[in-house]
Design a protein around this ligand. Sequence first.
Ligand code: PEP
Length: 254
Amino acid sequence: MTDTAQENRPLIAGNWKMNGLKSALAEATAVRDALKPDPGTPEVMICPPATLLVPLAELAAGSPLAVGGQDCHAAASGAHTGDISAEILRDAGASAVIVGHSERRADHGEVDRIVRDKASAAHRAGLTAIVCIGETRGQREAGLTLGVVGRQLAASLPEGVTDANTVIAYEPVWAIGTGLTPSTEDVAEVHALIRKDLETRFGAAGRRIRILYGGSVKPSNARELLALPNVDGALVGGASLKAEDFLAIVRATA
Ligand code: PEP
């Protein structure tokens, strides 16, 4: 999956966003039941809303299905009404947390410094940080993509990043939930830049840090996106809500 000697185990992570009543656990159960405990298969994760973390972790226990949070606060605990810490996520059964999703950046004013502190908090709690970066439509049209992504990457990653504790998700903002995707050439170009920057900063670990593509991944386009160099998996929004579609994307890594 990469253009280096290192073959990184693909990760397919589903971001349910603010979707998921208790009845949605049936979809997670169907995903769990289809997975085989084989290191030759992709790692599969669902990031449900916080209310479903514990029941989802319970149903996934002992199976290859991993559970992640969608955001965390930088502090471990305290007076932050409505927030959730990395430690609480870990206690609920999560092994990872998404930080810096463009919807958090846009809706909650999360700038790179905040994202970096959240990634640090994830590491402190023993979670893998899935750090999201990506350009807006205006930035893409102005030819600013590589500069924007490079700057976000540099400023959103804390010290102490390893291939075990960090995953990057390249998600062009204009591709999220729109049905639009960049050309395969454009995805490959951005992933190559991210890989180069990771290697420059983190050495050998930079070759093994997984880089996911996210933005309107669906069963019909997953195979060609996942076959690109330096694409080590996908962060999937809408298409992760139905087990059938999500599993079709998981199978597209083969
Ligand atoms: C996302 O929000 O992370 C995402 C990739 O959404 P979608 O797949 O729906 O574009």
